[in-house]
Design a protein around this ligand. Structure first.
Ligand code: G
Ligand code: MN
Length: 433
């Protein structure tokens, strides 16, 4: 069944007041659908975004628009369909007999097309389309509560994704709901120490010596399992705990690096620094304090900063990075090649390492342009006296080609996947790549 029990039970949904009457209607419809062995469709038609127009067209006009939506929907519905106004700006259309799912898409199209006429009423250029969530009985819920929740959640997912229609249980809908769940559980998970650092080795690809490791944050959610790392980083960067999480990462990585540094003197531990923190007035002090706490030599720490962050070009950011660099900390440009094509920041920012983005490395042997670009980036890095590292090395053929092109360092699944500290410590004793 496509319904996602965890999502359905925990995702926050919009506040619907006074919907008891509607739930009774829906329950009755479900009972008949069940008795007649029919499939039923529920359209949750949400116009709450229209309230944003209060300032532009006034409360009275907005209220008129919503009333018009109601009459338009009442006009176009088939006699057997049930229309309910759940509250001021939300409507439900129950389609009691769906022979095949495409019927429901036709109904949604009809709803949206019919609202084209609102343009005249609002005087606005664009039509006010509702955000419609679609749920089917019995696929997405067996009770009125379940079905409404699925349709409502789908409508909210439509809002978030910027589309007008969303089917409950679709991949996109599940993805959006998952990210909402992750966002709402994130803070307590952090407080409860549910996060963990994984380490991915960075190596000298020609001599095969170990050069260091990058610390990467991971979270195993109690219901959803391993959270997609990219999604996790997005949630962290958008949220209020960015500085706390970064400090936790820095301190944990510096603390855990002692084992790695004992095995390999000169081992460099790399920590990612979010763009949002670069200009923080506390940054330099906090980093220096962590190094002192864990007694880590300054040049054993690499701070990885994405190219896009550098382009932001804030005076405070430049000053911070300069201070960190003056203190002997290594600076690295992460995901190099994906940002702006201006390289002026190579002059403005103190940089020691350049990490070529994995998209170029993964297409190195299949796209001539990638090979040319990688060759140029290696030459550029060397001209500036930087260590050049290729990210995302997955095959021996790519590794060999990078060595031929003069690339010094590498990182990627071929060498090792990111792993917990225990595995990393073992791997360092026997680097089998
Ligand atoms: O570019 P950045 O440092 O943000 O990328 C780190 C991410 O890339 C990590 O989450 C890691 O899991 C992933 N990664 C590391 N090596 C590889 C690889 O060889 N292939 C792919 N597809 N992803 C990788
Ligand atoms: Mn990185």
């Amino acid at each position: 069944m496509p319904i996602h029990p965890e999502t359905a039970s925990t995702t926050s949904v919009s506040v619907i007041t006074g919907c008891a009457g509607f739930l009774d209607t829906l329950d009755n419809a479900l009972i008949s659908a069940n008795n007649l062995n029919r499939r039923m469709g529920l359209l949750f038609i949400d116009l709450s975004h229209v309230n944003m127009l209060n300032t532009r067209i006034g409360y009275r006009k907005v209220s008129e628009v919503l009333d018009s939506v109601h009459s338009i929907l009442a006009d176009i519905k088939r006699p057997s369909d049930l229309l309910e106004r759940i509250d001021e700006n939300r409507f439900a259309l129950i389609l009691p007999d769906i022979k095949f799912p495409a019927v429901i898409d036709l109904a949604v199209n009809k709803v949206h097309e019919s609202l084209d006429g609102l343009r005249g009423l609002t005087g606005l250029e664009t039509t006010i389309y509702p955000k419609t969530g679609i749920a089917l009985y019995p696929e997405h819920g067996k009770s009125a509560e379940e079905l409404l929740l699925e349709a409502d959640t789908a409508a909210q997912a439509a809002h978030i994704s910027g589309s007008n229609v969303m089917h409950a249980g679709s991949d996109e809908c599940l993805k959006i709901n998952q990210s909402k769940l992750i966002e709402s559980d994130f803070e307590s998970a952090f407080m409860n120490s549910e996060f963990e650092l994984y380490y991915q080795p960075k190596v000298d690809i020609a001599s095969r010596e170990i050069y260091g490791a990058e610390a990467l944050i991971r979270w195993k959610h109690k219901d959803l399992g391993k959270v997609n790392p990219e999604l996790l980083v997005q949630v962290i960067e958008r949220g209020p705990l960015l500085q706390d999480v970064t400090l936790w990462t820095l301190n944990t990585a510096l603390n855990q690096s002692s084992v790695m540094r004992e095995k390999f003197p000169g081992f460099k531990i790399a920590v990612n620094l979010s763009p949002g923190l670069l200009s923080s007035p506390d940054l330099v002090e906090l980093v220096l304090q962590s190094l002192k706490t864990w007694e880590v030599p300054h040049d054993s720490l690499i701070l990885e900063v994405t190219e896009t962050a550098m382009i932001a070009d804030h005076k405070a950011a430049i000053e911070n990075l300069q201070k960190l660099s003056d203190a002997g900390i290594m600076m690295s440009i992460d995901d190099f090649g994906t940002g702006y094509s201006s390289y002026s920041y190579l002059q403005q920012f103190p940089v020691n390492e350049l990490k070529i983005d994995k998209s170029f490395i993964q297409s190195l042997l299949t796209e001539t342009s990638s090979e040319k670009l990688v060759g140029s980036m290696i030459a550029l890095g060397k001209d500036f006296g930087l260590s050049v590292l290729a990210e995302g090395i997955e095959t021996v053929e790519v590794l060999d080609r990078l060595v031929e092109l003069g690339c010094e360092y590498g990182q990627g699944y071929l060498i090792a996947k990111p792993m917990p500290i225990e595995d990393m410590t073992e791997w360092l004793d026997k680097p089998d790549w």
